[in-house]
Design a binder for this molecule. Structure first.
Ligand SMILES: [Fe+2]
Ligand SMILES: [Fe+2]
Length: 184
């Protein structure tokens, strides 16, 4: 079918049914697109590990600690917006994953950068306790733990980090979930 309209308001129900089906087809392999974005974070930044290797290690630690699929998936992609949104990567990353994760995981991802700051911001002239403004929030402790147990310690080149392929079953299970209708 060839789409003839040049203004959205002029389209027909038939045309939109066709486009909707096509959209579904195009996004069937979203896992591949998400992984491509993830692979884009493989670049040297001066840290002992690239952002991608750091994320793989974060997810490996989460998996070995017995975290569920959703949290391992979140740990794997928590820095996925590292390049496309260097100034607000945590909020953007959380939004990218939003259709597939719950509110708690979303909050953890959206705020992890401030919680990570606890470990080093005092060295760069920032307030390491900036996270304290969220003290009392129901997910404060979860976000602090995410950083303490997995994110802040995953810069170790000698750690036995699992390869990306090992996470593919989890990625596929997570993306096969019905997108959270509340989040659309
Ligand atoms: Fe981060
Ligand atoms: Fe990180």
């Amino acid at each position: 079918m060839k789409i003839d309209f040049t203004r959205l308001g002029d389209g027909t129900a038939e045309e939109y049914a066709y486009l909707d089906k096509l959209d579904h087809e195009l996004n069937k392999n979203y896992a591949t697109d998400l992984i491509a974005l993830f692979r884009g974070t493989e670049r040297e930044t001066g840290y002992p590990l690239t952002a991608m290797r750091h994320a793989l290690q974060t997810a490996t630690r989460a998996a070995r600690d017995g975290a569920d699929d959703e949290m391992v998936f979140a740990a794997l992609f928590h820095d996925i917006a590292d390049r496309i949104a260097p100034i607000n990567h945590s909020a953007v990353g959380a939004e990218i994953l939003r259709p597939f994760i719950g509110t708690r995981t979303h909050w953890i991802l959206a705020h992890h950068a401030i919680f990570q700051g606890y470990y080093f911001w005092h060295h760069i002239g920032r307030d390491r306790d900036e996270r304290e403004k969220y003290r009392g929030h129901p997910y404060f402790k979860d976000c602090a733990e995410f950083c303490e147990r997995w994110d802040s310690i995953s810069f170790d080149p000698n750690y036995d980090t699992m390869p990306l392929e090992a996470f593919e079953p989890i990625i596929n299970r997570m993306l096969a979930r019905e997108p959270n209708a509340l989040w659309r």
